[in-house]
Design a protein around this ligand. Structure first.
Ligand SMILES: Nc1nc2c(c(=O)[nH]1)N[C@H]1C(S)=C(S)[C@@H](COP(=O)(O)O)O[C@H]1N2
Ligand SMILES: [Mo]
Length: 300
């Protein structure tokens, strides 16, 4: 057992929302002065608003977290009862340093950084979230995965007393997700601990959730209690539930429709007009190379 004293996010790393807005305005202004192009405009998008963060209120009141119910408002309403401290994460499988690690010890000695990412749900809505997190690729090597570790599997807490949705058969609990090792180690992949400069609200997956910005939202598993290095592709909750609708890879792809609806467009939460969905959710330049030679219609 490696249990350390809680270190948590240092106050200096936390930006209150008002300051945060000022800082964003400043960064934008400076970039404009310097003539810098912040983002390449996607088709049909103004570069300017493409990464404009969705309001805090929307990010924290329109959620998918089936452990607290199937409606978008259930998590904000019911997740308050989840006790997120102390929190232990079990690390197991093909690695040299398995064990039970206190949350603070999983994160130490890294500093949470801010990353503003698009989040695209398979249901064709999207948001832009200013996450606080630590790249997973900085955390995993410490457990010394062996050559047999081809995949990483993540598991959400199983506790029907705290998570009333688990008393129903909405899903085959506990929620499980997984990544291929190279996806897990990719610098865009985050273990998030906060958003908008504050600690992660329970409905967004406190105290620790995955963020994989080029994949559909369901890959971003919440309230993680287990990390397992495996040789075989993990049986993930959604792919296990309905393999025709949800693949293991779940890369955002406007070319591959969900069997019951198109994935060409999306609606930003809080906006009226729909936007074009971008290949790999706008991160193709960074991640397309992970899938060279793979037929993404087959491995969707
Ligand atoms: N444990 C768990 N993680 C989960 C889910 C869930 O139901 N349970 N829903 C997923 C889905 S479908 C989406 S779109 C995102 C939503 O994240 P957000 O509520 O922070 O926007 O969480 C993902 N992580
Ligand atoms: Mo989703």
């Amino acid at each position: 057992m490696l249990i350390k004293k809680p270190a948590d996010i240092r106050p200096s790393e936390i930006t209150p929302p008002a300051l945060y807005a000022q800082r964003r305005a400043f960064i934008k202004g400076t970039a404009a002065l310097a003539g810098t192009i912040l983002l390449g405009p996607g088709p049909g998008h103004a570069a300017d608003d493409d990464l404009k963060p969705t309001p805090y209120k929307d990010i924290t009141s329109y959620n998918n977290f089936y452990e607290f119910g199937a409606s978008k408002t259930d998590p904000a309403e019911h997740a308050g009862r989840l006790k997120t401290r102390p929190w232990t994460v079990t690390v197991e499988g093909h690695c040299e340093k398995p064990g039970q690690y206190a949350l603070e010890d999983i994160l130490a000695p890294h500093t949470a950084e801010e990353r503003i990412y698009r989040l695209r749900c398979v249901e064709a809505w999207s948001m832009v979230v200013p996450w606080l997190g630590i790249p997973l690729g900085k955390i995993l090597p410490r457990f010394q995965p062996t050559a047999s570790a081809k995949y990483v599997e993540f598991t959400t807490l199983l506790d029907p007393a705290q998570m009333p949705g688990q008393k129903t058969r909405l899903l085959d609990w506990p929620y499980v997700e997984g990544l291929r090792m190279d996806e897990a180690l990719h610098p865009l992949t985050l273990l998030a601990t906060g958003l908008y400069g504050k600690e992660l609200p329970n409905q967004n997956g406190a105290p620790l959730r995955l963020v994989v910005p080029w994949k559909y939202g369901f890959k971003s598993i919440k309230s993680i209690v287990k990390i397992r290095f495996s040789e075989q592709m993990p049986r993930t909750s959604w792919a296990g539930e309905n393999p025709a609708e949800y693949g293991f890879y779940a890369n955002v792809n406007p070319e591959v429709d969900h069997p019951r609806w198109s994935q060409r467009k999306e609606r930003r939460v809080g906006e009226f007009f729909r936007r074009d969905t971008l290949p790999f959710n706008g991160y193709a330049a960074e991640v397309a190379g992970l899938y060279t030679g793979m037929d993404l219609h087959r491995f969707f």
